[in-house]
Design a protein around this ligand. Structure first.
Ligand code: SAH
Length: 341
């Protein structure tokens, strides 16, 4: 079986090449051909030896993802459905912002975190995505739309910290100067709060942004919404986020979905502001995209604005996110499910 080229970070590739009798610098040459020049045919790699060309030809697989469908929403959001080699279908969502193009990538097929509001959890985790499958989501979308993606959010289906090694390796590939050249400040990983991995993430050489799905200001409510909170309670998550800031000096994002009558009262806003006071962070209030199976409802706009204003009054940095792509089911937590029915 051939080796998937896109699984290799520069260090991994150097090691493989050296072990196979080539030089470490050959790895940079291959990275430049593949990622900078989009050349994957060994015979076109003119500055490498014949032996290395043969090695590349015989050993590497450069195939990308099979596109199943692409949907465009009125807001300019594009949803891509890809088929993996074993038939699993995943989604990636491309969003247009004034600062560039960002791609929301999927990190696992299905998810076993079981958040009570999230459609992804309706399908249990089938498997982790490989580094190559993560990288290929970017390469494929860039190719299909003839664009250069500037920002990556690991916020699609799956829990990235439950697939930690592959996600970190993916970040190394896309951040590398001869890889996809996406700056660490342009990469955001979102977690439901797997505390030990938050500590690990802070210590990584590449400092990417961290978003934490909080969604509730106390254990009682968070236990109901997110079962992971029973393993890693809210105060441990908050402590870990402080550590992340101490080490990286990067501001943490707390995501908070507004669920009507559940977590959107003014007293929740007060409790939330007490919880995160003094942390260098901002809160991203997310409109809920209702999932039929669960019965939660979306907070109406007037109420959402009140919640937002209350946080501002209490000195919290906060944004109220607008919905993107809800008309094509590409909004958060909606990925993939409907296409399987
Ligand atoms: N597992 C990671 C990343 C994937 S989910 C995490 O939990 O952060 C990305 C974000 O979408 C999370 O904040 C998640 O809670 C939120 N989300 C899930 N379902 C949603 C829905 N139906 N509407 C709005 N946001 C949702």
């Amino acid at each position: 079986m051939k080796l998937d080229f896109y699984n290799y970070s520069i260090d991994g590739l150097k090691q493989l090449l050296v072990n196979s009798g080539f030089k470490a610098y050959n790895a940079d040459q291959l990275f430049k051909w593949v990622y900078e020049m989009n050349i994957t045919k060994a015979e076109e790699m003119t500055n490498i030896s014949k032996d290395l060309r043969t090695f590349v030809e015989e050993n590497f697989d450069f195939s990308s993802l099979e596109l199943v469908t692409k949907q465009e929403s009125s807001s300019g959001t594009n949803k891509f459905l890809f088929k993996l080699k074993d038939g699993i279908i995943i989604e990636s969502v491309l969003m247009e912002h004034d600062y560039g193009l960002s791609l929301c990538v999927t990190s696992q097929a299905g998810c076993s975190m079981g958040c009570s509001f999230c459609a992804s959890g309706l399908i249990n985790k089938q498997r982790d995505l490989t580094t190559a499958e993560l990288v290929n989501q970017i390469i494929s979308v860039q190719k299909i739309n003839s664009v250069k993606i500037s920002h990556i959010v690991v916020m699609g289906t799956g829990e990235p910290f439950d697939n930690y090694d592959n996600v970190m390796n993916f970040i190394r590939v896309i951040n590398y100067k001869h890889g996809l050249q996406i700056g660490s400040r342009h990469i955001t990983v979102s977690t439901c709060g797997i505390v030990p991995k938050i500590y690990d993430f802070a210590k990584e050489e590449i400092k990417a942004n961290l978003a934490i799905s909080l969604h509730a200001p106390n254990n009682e409510l968070r236990n109901r919404l997110m079962k992971i909170n029973k393993v890693y309670p809210i105060h441990d998550v908050i402590e870990a986020s402080k550590d992340y800031f101490e080490i990286t000096k990067r501001r943490v994002t707390f995501e908070y979905i507004l669920l009507k009558g559940v977590n959107d009262e003014i007293h929740h806003a007060n409790e939330l502001s007490d919880l995160i006071r003094g942390i260098n962070c901002y809160v991203n209030l997310i409109p809920y995209n209702p999932v039929n199976e669960f019965g939660y409802e979306k907070t109406d706009e007037r109420r959402a604005v009140k919640f937002y204003q209350q946080l501002i009054k209490r000195g919290i940095n906060v944004t109220l996110r607008k919905e993107m792509g809800s008309d094509i089911d590409a909004a958060c937590g909606q990925l993939r499910l409907k296409n399987l029915k």
